[in-house]
Structure formats: structure tokens, C-alpha cells
Design a protein around this ligand. Sequence first.
Ligand code: CA
Length: 426
Amino acid sequence: MSGRDDTHDPALVSWVHGAEPGSDFPIQNLPLGIFSETKGRRRPGVAIGDYILDLAAIADLLDEEWRADLEQPVLNAWLARGPHKHRALRQRLSELLGDERYRDDVEPHLIGQSEVRMHVPCLIGDYSDFYVGIHHATNVGRQFRPDNPLLPNYKYIPIGYHGRASSVRASGEPVTRPAGQRKPPEARAPEYGPSRRLDYELELGLWIGQGNRLGEPIPISEADDHIAGWCLLNDWSARDLQAWEYQPLGPFLAKSFLTSVSPWVITSEALAPFRVPLPPRAEGDPEPLDYLQSERDGAFAIQLEVTLSTAAMRDRGIAPQVLSRGTASAAMYWSAAQIVTHHASNGCNLQPGDLIGTGTLSTDSDEGLGSLLEISRGGKAPIDLPSGETRSFLEDGDEVTLRAWCEAEGAVRIGFGECVGRVLAA
Ligand code: CA
């Protein structure tokens, strides 16, 4: 885990317009992403204020050794280089965007973020999704097992499953309502048709940097060095398809129709000032097994928010409705390092650019629930919207936006940007 250095100095300001403190992308953030212009190729950039700095275009201002990786259409090779190189690039970008002396050389290569299209930053070899949100697991478990919501393995093992990498898309990709088999409890047989219980899941995603060789687990003390960065992740879920298909092998087509990620890789280096202690385990909970314990382990002070806007709300100029707000660290029973170490603990090889979802992050309060399944109590308690509409699950035209940001005493706030998706009819 990298510590704070002069790139986190709150006194540091960029000469770029819109990068003032309060924006998602001040000079203390410097997230990487892959963008393209209308006719241009895909290439890496760094977000600063309302702009993207084209890294390939300023290659001659960067270390020669990095250039080949920073001219690729995906970030896999760069993320694989590990924390030492990542810190060095961050230092250099901080210098270029902070020091007026470089302005004449750098400014011509800034492009407005509104003028480009953002892409999934990596070629994702594998995507796994965990279930570390203990309040989510409890809320969902309670709908099936009121007296015994958490299964006995939950407090020992970070639960996860293998997701579908090919259908991960960047923010903005529309969500075509999936069709599938669903069987209402009162029906005698299932039928095939568009999902009637389409939902979102508020999650964070981890981008794997350095991988591990097949057969060589990652010790927990080294796990943070394998996490190159973070993003927002929306694990769109068709609850009716899920309820019918999930036993005995878990989620399948109820999830694989689309997973959305925010396009910026919020680097582990940028998150250093927001490191907080792991939340204490409740009294009576078991200690993690040794391979999942490290004194150096910690969480991050990441704030989360979900908003919803319906077609009628947009037509009438009504602002999006906040569905939830909460703190990620208060929701995660297992840390990012524990997730990574557990994933590789059987010798499974993680690879650069792999994506790992945390699972839905709900807090223990009604204000911080990370899915409509929880907010509407499985559809039994629809929510009222300012347009006079109600929602149990998502309707066609609904747009869900996930946001995240970090705040801490003595640090400049940094944001993750947005992860947006609008539902289209089947
Ligand atoms: Ca999920």
C-alpha cells in the first residue's frame, strides 16, 4: 500500500480550468482511462478537471520506458507494471499539470471530457463478483430465511462467483431489458419473457495490476500491491430470472446481460489519504483465518450515492431522486486485500486487467441500501417519486447513476466520476 507523498499535498493546484478543489478530478486524483474522439483511435488519458490529457500526445515528456504501454488501446500492460512505476507516473503527471512551466507544452493536448467517448479501460480476461456487503447479504437472506439470513460460511469466507467478462461495458451503455425464464411463485411452470424485476446493484470494482502465477497464492501482506485501482460497478440484475435459475450453481443469465463500470481507474496511489482502519468485527464474530489477516490491512473512506431519473421526471425537468447514500467501508465485511488474497488462495491466477466486484454495498440504515430489491423489500414496498410515479423495480426509460467520492481531513476531495445506465425496452 502506497503512502502519502507530495502529490497529495492539499496546497497543490493545477493550472487546468475546472480542476479546482471540489471537482471530481483535482490534481490530487489523476485517474487513468481509455478514450477516443469521433474518428480517433482508443488511447490512454488522465482526467484533470473537465479535461482529458492525451498521454500518447505528450509521450516525449514521459519516461521513455513507459511509452509503449501508454500508447496501447487498453491499460493492461501499464497496470501490470506495479506500484513503483505507477507512483513515478503520478509524480510526473502532478509536475506537468501543476507547474506553469509545462503549460505551453501540455495545454494543446487537453481535450474536453464532453467531446470524447470513454471505454472500458482494460481488456478484461476475467471478471469475478464477490458478496462482501454484509448488510446486503443479510437483507437479501432475510427475504428467503427470516430467522437465519446469513449462511454459516459468510463470516469465514469471502463469497464470490465468476461473472461474465464479455458483457462488461463502460458507463453510458444502455441496458436492454433482458428476457429469460421466470416462474412466479403461484405459477405451475416457468415462462420465457422480458424481466419484470430488473434491478441495479451498487458496487465498487477493483482493477488487478500485477498478476500472480498459476499455483502461487498472493499473501495478504502483498495483496494491495496487486490492486492497481478502483471503479464504480453496477451489476444489473434480473431478480425474477435470478430467483428461478440460481439453485444450485448461483447467478448466471440474471447477471450476464450487462455489467457497467465507471471508466476512470482511480489509482491505489490516489486513495492513500483516505485509508481508514478496518471496521471492527461485531462481538462474537469469528476472527478471519490466518491467511486473511494482516495488521497492515485497512479500508477506504469512500462515499457512495445512487440516483434515479425516470423518463417522466426528465420530461418535466424534475431532478434525479437520491435512492441511497452511504459509506463503503461501513458496508464491507471483507477488505479489498482479503478479497484478492482469497481469490488467489487456491493458486488461481489473477491477471492484469482482471475486474473484481465487491458485491452490493448497503449500509445498515435504510438510507444506504444498494439495490431496489432491498429498498422496495422485494417489491412489497414501492417507493414514491417526485413525479407521482412509484417504483419497485426499474421501468423502461429509467436511468440509474452511481457516484463515489473520497473525503478526509487534510486531503483534497477526489471523485470517481459516474456510472450511468438507462433501461431500454426488451
Ligand atoms: Ca453483485
